[in-house]
Design a protein. Sequence first.
Length: 413
Amino acid sequence: MEGQDPRGVCPPGGGVVSLPDALEAAAGAMPGDAEAIRPANGDPLRLLEGLGDVAAPRVLHWLLEHRTKDAQELAEAWAEAQAGVRALQACSLEGLPKAGRKLLRRLHHRLRSQGVALREPVPTPTVATLPRLEEELSGAWLSPLDPSGARLAYLLEDNPSGGARVFEVVFNDDQGILGFEVYAAPRGRARRFLKELAGRDRAVASEAPVEAVHALLARACAHQRPDRGAPRTFGEWRSHLTRAPQETPLPGTLAREALGGTPDPAALERAVGLVEAGRVGPWPPEREALLAVFERIRTALDSPVIVSGETRREQLDDLLADAVEEVFDAPGCALAAHRLRESAYGFWKQDDLEAARACLAGAAALEKGPARENPLARKLLELPLRPALTALEVAEEGTAGEAGGDESRIVKP
């Protein structure tokens, strides 16, 4: 399907969303119509009134292309209003997937059977056509953050010398630009590569506004580690790939604006579950800092006095709480909150709205503080420490067994 615009394509297996959520997705994909879409709050007739005769067919077409089931709900409501009939009539079949074309034809047939006179489409002339002009190539895609906090950005643009250019950037919000490649390719091959990338089952990459990705790369450059410079070739393209205006919202900010509101009290618990399941985080601190935390815990627990299991767990809880407070200071909380918002953007684009809202709730909780009492901060630190802590517990159990059960050395809680 070479040449199809990949923006807004819903990944296979995406969940079903409600009409208000589908309209919010449309507002994100069509910023020019967002001011008319959002005030309607999902009400089909208010939306129809706000959009008018020009924008209504455009919004309906987007829903038919990307959210067919929700488009059916909207179109059936519009069919009861004169302005809605005009929108249905003006909506073009061109570019729609099979399900969208089938639905629109069925609605047209229903209107005709009710006595509504619809104009027949004018046949397209097949003679004396002008050569097709190549459409401009432009787009950006982001991978999810990996467990270390690194991710990939792909940017596609026209190559002035012909064909297309694809930029591949590996970056970490806490370390800067880690890797960089730029490829020249025929236009069709570049489109196919990025469409395949965005269409895999787990949504390997989600489309994002180009300026938002430029802003992300500028943010990463501002956090470049002094001991690890960016690849030399990136320096040649830095100004080109970080040219977003200073106030440009990041993808995570777009997700928060689209899905914001008062967090569900259970959303923070769901965010902890996402970390435990390996879908988010844990983004541990630097290896040296993590080793220092473990060494303090090991030293504190390495006592000749054998205590009961309950007291041991209380000691470990206190030590982990101290470590959480140290790792998730103000900059640490801000970084984790940023990463959670960026994760929310990816889930939003995959139509996993529950996971997206859980990430946003986690980000809000981290920014509110205190981290010491935050279960999400605790899980983000505990998970990378778990293998070492488990090994420590096994070693201690072996030592306790060799002690022969001398109860006089056990400290009762």
